[in-house]
Design a protein around this ligand. Sequence first.
Ligand SMILES: Cc1cc2nc3c(=O)[nH]c(=O)nc-3n(C[C@H](O)[C@H](O)[C@H](O)COP(=O)(O)O)c2cc1C
Length: 218
Amino acid sequence: MKNRIVPSAFLFSFLLHAQLFAQLLLPDPEVNGDVSVEEALLVRRSTRAFIDSEPLSLNEVSQVLWSAQGITAYNWLRTAPSAGALYPMQIYLVAERVDSLSPGIYRYLPDSNSIEHIASGCFLDAIAKASLEQMWMRDAQAMVVIAADFDIVTDVYGSRGVRYVYMEAGHVSQNIYLQCVSLCLGTTAAGAFNDEAVTAILRLPDEEAPLYLMPIGR
Ligand SMILES: Cc1cc2nc3c(=O)[nH]c(=O)nc-3n(C[C@H](O)[C@H](O)[C@H](O)COP(=O)(O)O)c2cc1C
């Protein structure tokens, strides 16, 4: 009996710790930035040259992810509008040079404002090659990927749901652009990439499709 309890208690503790390590709680978002929406709109530009190799801070990364899909009301509604509040978007972080974060792929979990570890390694070079050789992407410190599960929306709205998903990706992308301006970071919404290659690199589940790649840098 004793022999059975000890291994199962050990296994439970191991799994609990593995789970804790697999998910990282992000710093709370700042909701009183120094840059007005009007200023951000005025100076927003697509940026493809990143001049500072200093890592992004976890606060900066957290802020950008929150701007994309953070929860803002009733534990459910988010920073970007969504047809029927169905929220088909999945946001991934490809971290290359981010403080306190080992290089790898992470999924943003809006409910807990945390990230879940998917894979370890440096992937920006492979993603740049899979993006019609847009090698400027390699110089970014990180990349935010907007992916979507179309079925979540088409199950409710039929074929019209497809356009709703693309519209929503635009909202999310613009949030990221404006948040980057406010943080003095640069980004570009990139839609030119090979779907199959990027899906494979990011280990996306079958039901998700990548829509936008947004390299983030200084
Ligand atoms: C749907 C879409 C796809 C885009 N794809 C790319 C891309 O693959 N690579 C890139 O460098 N820029 C891409 N862009 C950014 C545009 O080139 C950019 O927005 C445009 O030149 C206007 O510049 P601005 O964003 O600084 O106003 C894309 C923009 C949109 C809206």
